[in-house]
Structure formats: structure tokens, C-alpha cells
Design a protein around this ligand. Structure first.
Ligand SMILES: *[C@@H]1O[C@H](CO)[C@@H](O)[C@H](O)[C@H]1NC(C)=O
Ligand SMILES: *[C@@H]1O[C@H](CO)[C@@H](O)[C@H](O)[C@H]1NC(C)=O
Ligand SMILES: *[C@@H]1O[C@H](CO)[C@@H](O)[C@H](O)[C@H]1NC(C)=O
Ligand SMILES: *[C@@H]1O[C@H](CO)[C@@H](O)[C@H](O)[C@H]1NC(C)=O
Length: 268
């Protein structure tokens, strides 16, 4: 019996391992919107491969950065930046950084998969931006507990923001999200501005909720050790923003029986 269970676990682990890996002792999937050495990947609000060269430049500029150079992208790749999506970088070059060889991405190669300088700048790809000082909007959170705030909080957030926060705590832990303050432009289906929560390390699977308005959302508890928050604001009307706190806890504990001390950060 035990041997069978062990075998089953092993098979499941091996299956998982194709998309997931350990980094800094933390089990995670690095294939989505990672940020390393000031380099990060951006896609259009409309989805994958929707940015012309000019638009890609504008996306990075808007966030106070520039399109990354090949050298910056390679430096980020050296420390583990791996994204399976081609994007513009400096001077109209297109490619993507591959750390771990895979059959489905990068033609089994490791390195910058380089599509070269594109003659047709109207082609549509994603973007690789470089901005070592952009820390305010999103990022990777590995602390055991942390307060996450909308950009500029407690000031109103700005228009046209897209922020991704990836929370990943230790393997064997879960994440308890608790909202402290919430004020996001309200409309019926939260189409204009919203905060989305995903019970996964990307914004594709594990959708847990989309929130707007002024009601404080209920607590959310992850099933695993990763979570993704996505905040998006459109081109008009802003509001006070949000503040929430997460706390990591041992997955063997009953989540319904967790009493964490959630405390709002002092307003300044
Ligand atoms: C350039 O790319 C765009 C978008 O893919 C395409 O519509 C257009 O026909 C291309 N132009 C040329 C000259 O190939
Ligand atoms: C948000 O909008 C919905 C639908 O328009 C409305 O029913 C609700 O009362 C609004 N909530 C707040 C807090 O304004
Ligand atoms: C919940 O916590 C209390 C106090 O620590 C403990 O007595 C109780 O057994 C726990 N219940 C469950 C279901 O773990
Ligand atoms: C919560 O705060 C109280 C009072 O500050 C402290 O005694 C307690 O140990 C804290 N509990 C946790 C789980 O941090």
C-alpha cells in the first residue's frame, strides 16, 4: 500500500516538474511575468503578441523605463529570468530568454532565442522592459508576511496601471490574504479598474476573484504556496486604492482555524 502511494506521488511530482522548479529553495513556475535584474516582461492589455515596436517602447516608457538591451536581457537570464514569449527589445530586436531547455519553448535551446532585428516594426510581439528602480507596481514577494498596496497608496492610484504581484512562500505553506482597505472604481462587472486574485503563479489558472468598488473582499486562502494578484486601472477615473496583507502558514494547519495578526500600515 505504502509503496503504491509513494509511486503515485512520484509520478505526480514528475509530471509537475515539467512546468515547475526549485529556485532559492522555493518551488515555483518562473514562466510568467518574472522580474530580474530590472528586466521584466510585459504584454498588451489586449493579450499576448499585440504590441508594435512603437507601442512596446511606449509601454516601457510609461513605467519609467526603456526597452531592455540584449545585454540586459542576457544578464537577467543568467540569474534565472525565463519567459516563453517573444518580445521587443532595444532597437527593434525580438526574442526571449530561456534558462531551462524545453521541447515546447525555445527549440530545446538555452540562451536568448533571437529573432533578430525586425525590418517590419509593425509586427506584434510582447515587450521586455528595463527599469531597475520600478519597484512600486508589483513584483515577486517571498517574505513570510507582507503588506501589499496599490501604487502610490494612500494617494489615489494612477490611470493605466497594470501590476502583477507574485507571492511565493515556502513549499508546504499556504497563503492567507486579508484585505485591510479597498476602494477601486466601481462598475457592474469590474471592467474598468479591478484587482484579480489567482490561486496559482500566473493569471491564467486558479482564478479566485475579481474585485472593485468599496466593499472589503473576504479573506482568500491559497491551496498551494503561490498566488498571483493583478491590478489593472483604465484610462479614466481613479480611486483610493487598496491595501492588503498576506501571511504564510503551515499547510498542515487547519486554514479555518488561523488567527493571524493583520495590521494596517500606518498612513503617512
Ligand atoms: C508588417 O507586419 C504587419 C503585422 O504583422 C503586417 O500586417 C504587414 O503586412 C507587414 N508589412 C510588410 C511590408 O510585410
Ligand atoms: C457598485 O456598483 C453596483 C452596480 O453598479 C452597485 O449595485 C453598487 O451599489 C455599487 N457599490 C458601491 C459601493 O458603490
Ligand atoms: C482550533 O484552535 C483551537 C485553539 O488553538 C484548538 O483548541 C482547536 O482544536 C483547533 N481546531 C481545529 C479543528 O484544528
Ligand atoms: C498577535 O498579537 C498579539 C498582541 O500583539 C501577540 O501576543 C500574539 O503573539 C500575536 N500572534 C501572532 C500569531 O503573531
Amino acid at each position: 500500500m505504502h509503496v503504491l502511494a509513494l509511486l503515485l506521488t512520484l509520478v505526480l511530482l514528475l509530471k509537475e516538474a515539467q512546468a515547475w522548479g526549485f529556485k532559492n529553495g522555493i518551488f515555483h513556475n518562473s514562466i510568467w511575468l518574472e522580474q530580474a535584474a530590472g528586466v521584466y516582461h510585459r504584454e498588451s492589455r489586449k493579450g499576448k503578441y499585440q504590441l508594435t515596436y512603437k507601442e512596446a517602447k511606449a509601454v516601457c516608457k510609461y513605467e519609467g523605463g526603456n526597452l531592455a538591451t540584449y545585454e540586459q536581457l542576457e544578464a537577467a537570464r543568467q540569474i534565472g529570468f525565463h519567459v516563453c514569449a517573444a518580445g521587443w527589445f532595444d532597437r527593434g530586436r525580438v526574442g526571449y530568454p530561456i534558462v531551462k531547455a524545453g521541447a515546447n519553448c525555445g527549440f530545446g535551446k538555452v540562451g536568448i532565442i533571437d529573432y533578430g532585428y525586425r525590418l517590419n516594426k509593425s509586427e506584434k510581439w510582447d515587450a521586455y522592459c528595463y527599469n531597475p528602480t520600478s519597484k512600486e507596481c508589483g513584483g515577486i514577494q517571498t517574505e513570510q508576511q507582507k503588506i501589499i498596496q496599490s501604487p502610490g497608496f494612500p494617494e489615489e492610484y494612477q490611470d493605466e496601471q497594470i501590476c502583477y504581484w507574485h507571492i511565493r512562500v515556502r513549499l508546504g505553506q499556504r497563503i492567507h490574504l486579508h484585505f485591510l482597505e479597498f476602494d477601486v472604481e466601481n462598475d457592474t462587472s469590474c471592467l474598468a479598474d479591478y484587482l484579480e486574485v489567482y490561486d496559482s503563479y500566473d493569471d491564467v489558472s486558479g482564478f479566485a476573484g475579481r474585485f472593485c468598488g468599496e466593499d472589503l473582499p473576504d479573506d482568500i486562502i491559497s491551496t498551494g504556496n503561490v498566488m498571483t494578484l493583478k491590478f489593472l486601472s483604465d484610462a479614466s477615473v481613479t480611486a483610493g486604492g487598496f491595501q492588503l496583507q498576506y501571511v504564510a502558514f503551515d499547510a498542515s494547519l487547519d486554514p479555518q482555524n488561523q488567527t493571524h495578526n493583520f495590521t494596517a500600515a500606518p498612513l503617512h
